[in-house]
Design a protein around this ligand. Structure first.
Ligand SMILES: C[S@@+](CC[C@H](N)C(=O)[O-])C[C@H]1O[C@@H](n2cnc3c(N)ncnc32)[C@H](O)[C@@H]1O
Length: 284
């Protein structure tokens, strides 16, 4: 089951009576999972600054890496490693098959994909869309191809690219990191759906130049983020994965700097499985 899709869901404090003692009874603590870690953090003695930690309904744990470091300075390296953006691509390499198998194919994204197609220009014979962090191509790239769109996929995990090729054998896909990407061509639309939010905050800031660089005049950008400035941990096929979000004001400012006008922004869209979605257009 893929549980990372709502990156900042409704929060609730964990019940203190379920807390484990702090410091942990086992000092070795080599295989602590994220949920136990949260319990440990919540169980810190009164009087100490208890960092904020949140639990969602679906995802077992939502917690900031800084909080982890603050709370348990001598964490085993295992934990510090799993909670960083650098570990994202290796995680998707390992979990590509399970992700493709279990990723929702209900196409709740359709409402936004249709909006994208309604707004995107058609600068050549066929509408051209760049899908950054395309994953295995189902259902998003598949839907676009079925709408006669010329899709180009990009993903940083080779295993995902291989699945994309299997699922959509006639569609172009590159094994590339979206950070600093330079394909030397422009597209009528760029999508970064549930992928951009795996980048660190600084990498996200830098991405707006890359988005704009790949958009044709009046080209449309569609991406998902969190609804507020945050760093959270989600779960893909049982492995913890890093997500980050800037605040909406900062996203707006970064887009304005690149000549991107926000067409629509819906935080936690109930029509789209509570994804926070942005659609913007490059100046013509
Ligand atoms: C949650 S999956 C989403 C896949 C697809 N967009 C979808 O909606 O099904 C995130 C994807 O982003 C890719 N990804 C994460 N960081 C990336 C990066 N820096 N460059 C390229 N792809 C990246 C991962 O390999 C993974 O395939």
């Amino acid at each position: 089951m893929v549980t990372h899709e709502k990156i900042v869901p409704k929060k609730e404090r964990i019940n203190r009576s379920t807390c484990l003692p702090f410091p942990p009874p086992d000092p070795a603590l080599t295989r602590i999972n994220a949920r136990s870690l949260l319990l440990l953090i919540q169980a810190r003695p009164p009087g100490q600054n208890i960092p904020r930690a949140n639990v969602s309904r679906k995802t077992p744990l939502v917690i900031a890496p800084d909080t982890v470091r603050l709370a348990l300075p001598r964490l085993p390296p295992y934990l510090l490693v799993t909670m960083t953006p650098e570990n994202i691509l290796p995680t998707y390499e390992r979990q590509a098959k399970g992700f493709d198998r279990n990723r929702s194919k209900a196409l709740f994204e359709r409402v936004w994909l249709d909006r994208l197609l309604a707004h995107a220009p058609q600068s050549t014979g066929k509408r051209r869309v760049l899908d950054l962090g395309c994953g295995a191509g189902r259902p998003i790239a598949q839907y676009l191809v079925d709408r006669r769109v010329e899709v180009t996929g990009v993903d940083g995990a080779a295993a995902m690219v291989a699945l994309f090729q299997e699922n959509l054998p006639n569609v172009r896909v590159f094994h590339e990191d979206m950070r600093g990407l330079d394909l030397q061509e422009t597209f009528d639309a760029v999508i970064a759906w549930d992928s951009f939010f795996h980048l660190s905050k600084d990498d996200q800031r830098a991405m707006f130049k890359t988005f704009a660089h790949h958009l044709a005049p009046r080209g449309v950008l569609l991406f998902t983020s969190g609804p507020e400035d945050s760093e959270v941990i989600g779960n893909v096929e049982g492995e913890e994965v890093y997500h980050a979000s800037l605040g909406p004001d900062e996203y707006r400012a970064l887009m304005a700097e690149q000549g991107l006008e926000v067409l629509r922004y819906v935080p936690e869209d109930p029509e789209c499985d509570f994804h926070t979605v942005w659609m913007a257009r490059l100046a013509g």
